[in-house]
Design a protein. Sequence first.
Length: 249
Amino acid sequence: MAQLLRTIKRRFGIFAPRVAVRAHMPWYWRWLGYITLGGIVIAVGWTTYDYGMELAGFRQSEAQRVIAQMSVEIQSRDSRIGELRSQVAAAERQLQIDRATYGDLARQVKLLSEENAALKEDLALFQSLMASGEKEIGLSINRFRVRPDSLPGEYRYRFLLVQSGQRVKEFHGTLQFVVNLEQGDRKFVVTLPLEEQKSAKEYQVSFKFFQRVEGTFKVAPGTVVKSLQVRVFESGSITPKLSQSVSVS
């Protein structure tokens, strides 16, 4: 009996264990509350971030728009740079063509000027010979000149063959050149044309009153041309009808 009373006192007296009373809530309502609370926290955070960016003068959408605009502008400028480079390249090519054309024209003008001056000299000489009224037919070499040409070792010669007198006939013949050369201590002579060149047109002459003769010859490097002699042969003759020499250096 005493034991029963002590047990009752422990369960319902001051020594009895504490009891908590809670209202029962289903689990889905609890999860819904958690999700709602999380959404509120996220919304508040995003609003705070967006508001902070706006206060700082920066917005994500504005930045994307500016980036897109700058990309379009860069592409446009790259395209323009490409066009300008093409135009510069075309202008440089045209400038090179113009310079080459100008150089060719300048050389042609110089050459034509020299030829015109030579023709004037030829005409003046021929007129003076005709005005002299010589009755005897004579063949002469006039203004025989030799000078170095543009290429190394190349020389250009020029002279005028004139046939004066009354009732002159057509003259047909050939030319021969004797070149006196010097190479170091060695001196030697070369006769032009060579055997295989004797039928070359530049060594043939055919005229009635006058003919201007002009040509070139080439010597080996290190060789100095001392003088040049021209010989004129009438067709069928092995003896020169006349000859003339000119010093070169």
